[in-house]
Design a protein around this ligand. Structure first.
Ligand code: SF4
Length: 635
């Protein structure tokens, strides 16, 4: 455990904030357009980031004041958005924000561009419409994820949603500051938890170490909350829509023979944020540590949280995420320490089917005679633009049908509980507004994700959301050129190594590393169960084709039957990929290197070979070998 004397400034601020009250309770009423640095730290716990528009910042004259705005993020466990909340957010974005809504990669909405003077009105309106922002940011448990599909014939989905809400409530901050500051002390009925959760919050565990602080206003967190953010997901066996391995704590629902909830498989220690040029910072996948019966779920969750609360690094924020405990101690030591808090040894994890990535786009049968429809939100941005009236469509459908909405962990949106009669009417609205069916969406776009980055994120090193569509277009052109037009792979981009769009799990991950430069990660897989590896440290964006063409060509010619790009890169490894790429220059006649010979082919001959490959249904390697044999026999 870290000594109190050594704790970082943020730790002191948390402790002195009187359970997340000060200094924002004072600063909200003053006439300034921004919060102090201390205020912004505490503000995060209320679901709010203070931001500067970095485009305006760049253009501003010397001595001119910065234009501050606020970003608000919703707390929406399992991605559930009541229709009333959606309509409120839609209106608030027009009246107080930047006219768009941003869906996040943790099943929440963000409102950008709110002025400080309007913050209280906006938060109060969100709460009055069955929403909340408390705990959506800050050193605390973040939005709990769950698979968004509302299948009625598969009870595991309903259990996952139920426990996403219960765990979110268990780990919600309990101080009254949120209600006092934003709602003048009025507590929202919609935020009251299930009685079993209320009881579990203050119930001491059976171990020798304390899971809760008795008589504290924050029984689980105490005065200093967590050392850093903490992320929980609930998953269904075989369904990796929540990116299971990237969370601090993931729980997979396990049913008994009667389809009743028996307990959960427990995974700990996933996390993706890192820093450039700092080998001490890591990306890590969660490890399965066993099975916990339903009767012990709250005690186990409190135990895991308490280990991080008590042993997490409170001196060095770059080493403070829970994954470092797992990395530094190893799984066995972690399990031993966990027993101080949760003394029951964990049973072995139950066997599970392979996890598959799901995006739930398009129409699906819910299993009860109704339907749900998944709508792709390009780059997570809900807006209207030429040829696409996405914001209009979502508003119109919500107003007309008042359907429960679920956000997906891949920043898309589902309308659920659609009757057969409403199905065709909703489809007509989607068609009218230019919203594409899943099979009309370019697969590169469909499986791509970007973080917001510029202009709002203060940590962005380079562009992400705004540049990804152009990058996808360039990748599309390149794939067509290489006759790989039918390929689909997962591309994820972020403006900095924090990795909000989880680029380290992608088949092609691009992480901002300098102005218009990206670190390139390769070798993640389509189902998001394997970490990618860094392939290039700094790729200028204008060299995208130059760097990727050799790899894609290599992939096209040497892949195994049915092998995806990520699997191919992982199988060959960086060394071979680099070796091939260094022997290839796209601006000169194509060079194909064999173990013994290097042969230079003119583009015309290469193209004829390509046509032969297609017509004969042979692999490029076979044809090149034939060509080499024939060539050598003539020497
Ligand atoms: Fe900002 Fe970095 Fe997250 Fe992108 S990945 S939103 S740049 S913190």
């Amino acid at each position: 455990m870290t000594s109190t004397l050594k704790r970082s400034k943020v730790e002191l601020l948390k402790q002195q904030s009187n359970f997340l009250r000060g200094p924002i309770d004072q600063e909200i009423t003053n006439q300034t357009s921004s919060f102090s640095q201390d205020g912004t730290q505490i503000l995060k716990f209320h679901g709010c980031y203070q931001q500067k528009d970095r485009d305006l910042e760049k253009a501003k004259q010397k001595g001119e004041e910065s234009a501050y705005t606020m970003m608000l993020r919703t707390r929406t466990p399992g991605g559930f958005i009541p229709w009333q909340l959606y309509l409120a957010l839609d209106q608030l974005s027009d009246r107080y924000g930047n006219h768009t809504l941003r869906t996040t990669t943790r099943q929440a909405f963000q409102l950008h561009g709110i002025l400080k003077q309007d913050l209280k009105t906006v938060i109060a309106d969100i709460v009055q419409h069955l929403g909340s922002t408390v705990g959506a940011c800050g050193d605390i448990n973040r939005n709990v994820m769950a698979p968004p599909a509302p299948f009625k014939h598969l009870p595991a989905y309903a259990y996952a949603r139920e426990y996403a809400l219960k765990i979110a409530d268990l780990l919600a901050p309990q101080g009254e500051a949120y209600f006092d500051i934003w709602l003048d002390g009025e507590k929202a009925v919609s935020l009251e938890a299930d009685p079993e959760v209320i009881q579990a919050r203050s119930q001491q565990g059976r171990g020798i170490a304390k899971t809760v602080f008795e008589h504290s206003r924050e029984p689980i967190y105490g005065t200093q909350y967590m050392p850093r953010k903490f992320k929980v997901a609930i998953a269904v066996p075989g369904d990796n829509s929540v990116d299971l391995y990237t969370n601090d704590l993931s729980l997979v629902v396990i049913l008994d023979q009667n389809d009743q909830l028996a307990g959960f498989n427990v995974y700990v220690g996933g996390g993706l944020g890192r820093s450039h040029n700092n080998d001490q910072t890591i990306v890590r996948l969660a490890d399965a540590i066993g099975f916990v019966p339903l009767s012990d779920i709250y005690e186990l969750v409190k135990g895991v949280v308490a280990v991080q609360r008590d042993y997490g690094d409170r001196l060095n924020r770059r080493h403070a995420r829970f994954k470092y405990i797992l990395h530094d101690w190893g799984v066995e030591k972690f399990k031993q320490v966990l027993q101080d808090y949760y003394p029951t040894p964990l049973a072995p994890a139950r066997e599970l089917p392979e996890f598959k990535y799901q995006d739930y786009l398009g129409w699906h049968d819910q299993g009860d005679g109704k339907y749900f429809v998944g709508i792709s939100i390009d780059n997570g941005r809900v807006l209207d633009r030429d040829g696409l009236q996405l914001k209009t469509a979502l508003r119109q459908i919500t107003k007309q049908y008042q359907l429960p909405i679920f956000l997906t962990p891949n920043h898309n949106l589902l309308f659920t509980e659609v009757t057969p009669k409403a199905k065709s009417e909703i489809q007509a609205i989607l068609d009218q507004c230019g919203i594409q069916a899943p099979d009309q969406i370019d697969p590169l776009t469909r499986y791509a994700m970007a973080c917001p980055a510029f202009p709002t994120c203060s940590l962005a090193i380079t562009e992400s959301e705004r540049i990804l569509p152009q990058v996808i277009e360039r990748l599309r052109t390149l794939l067509e050129k290489l006759d790989l037009g039918a390929e689909k792979f997962v591309t994820r981009m972020t403006g900095c190594p924090n990795g909000c769009a989880r680029p380290y799990m992608a088949e092609l991950g691009m992480v901002g590393s300098g102005v218009n430069e990206y670190q390139v990660w390769l070798g993640g897989n389509f189902d998001s169960t394997r970490l990618a590896q860094p392939y290039l440290q700094r790729m200028p964006l204008d060299q995208l084709e130059q760097e990727l063409e050799p790899l894609l060509l290599f992939f096209r010619d040497q892949r195994l039957a049915g092998e995806g790009f990520g699997d191919f890169c992982d199988r060959l490894g960086n060394e071979q990929l680099h070796q091939f790429a260094s022997n290839y220059r796209s601006d000169s006649p194509t060079k194909i290197k064999d173990q013994r010979h290097r042969v230079t082919l003119s583009p015309q001959i290469y193209e004829r070979l390509r046509q032969f490959v297609t017509s004969e249904n042979k692999s490029m390697k076979e044809v090149v070998e034939l060509a080499l044999t024939s060539y050598l026999s003539q020497q």
